[in-house]
Design a protein around this ligand. Structure first.
Ligand code: FEO
Length: 172
């Protein structure tokens, strides 16, 4: 049986992951409206991956005999007025999510909940990758995105991203 505090934090994180999905969908909507279909597509896939993260955490609760409660998902509140705003907000959000996952990990460590620490290991690694992806996008945008040709090429590159459910992560 999981500790009550850990169960509560994991359940809250289900909601945060679904919020992340909603936030990235909001980014995708903004970018579609700006005519940047490749950028928009990239965030649509990001949104799907976030749903998967939430589902993995939900499954973890259920597989441990605990209820998972669905709370309201907040309205995305980032003010977006340029692609740079979106990319910056994406990185800031991933850094925030990393802090949330680290917090659950720290609580699990303090409670000697090795099972949850092991469950979270994949998310710790995933957060490292997600932050790097967000940083890479910012770098690419600053190098290539400043003229129309470069932006067009970058948009094409991002359009090629393919969604694939994780084969290494926890069950959903
Ligand atoms: Fe599920 Fe991008 O954190």
């Amino acid at each position: 049986m999981l500790n009550e505090k850990i169960a509560k934090l994991v359940n809250e994180q289900v909601n945060k992951e679904f919020y992340s999905s909603y936030l990235y969908l909001d980014f995708a909507n903004y970018l579609a409206d700006e005519g940047l279909d490749g950028f928009s597509h990239w965030y649509e896939i990001q949104a799907r991956e976030e749903l998967d993260h939430g589902m993995m955490m939900r499954r973890y609760l259920i597989d441990n005999g605990l209820p998972c409660t669905c709370a309201a998902i907040a309205k995305p509140d980032k003010k977006l007025s340029s692609v740079d705003d979106v990319l910056k907000a994406g990185l800031e959000h991933e850094q925030y999510v990393t802090s949330l996952i680290n917090n659950i990990y720290a609580e699990a460590f303090a409670l000697k909940d090795f099972k949850t620490m092991q469950f979270l290991d994949w998310f710790i690694k995933e957060q490292g990758e997600e932050e790097k992806n967000a940083e890479d996008l910012i770098k690419k945008m600053s190098v290539f995105g400043k003229d129309a040709k470069g932006l067009y090429a970058l948009n094409q590159e991002l359009a090629a991203r393919v969604y694939a459910p994780s084969t290494t992560g926890p069950a959903m």
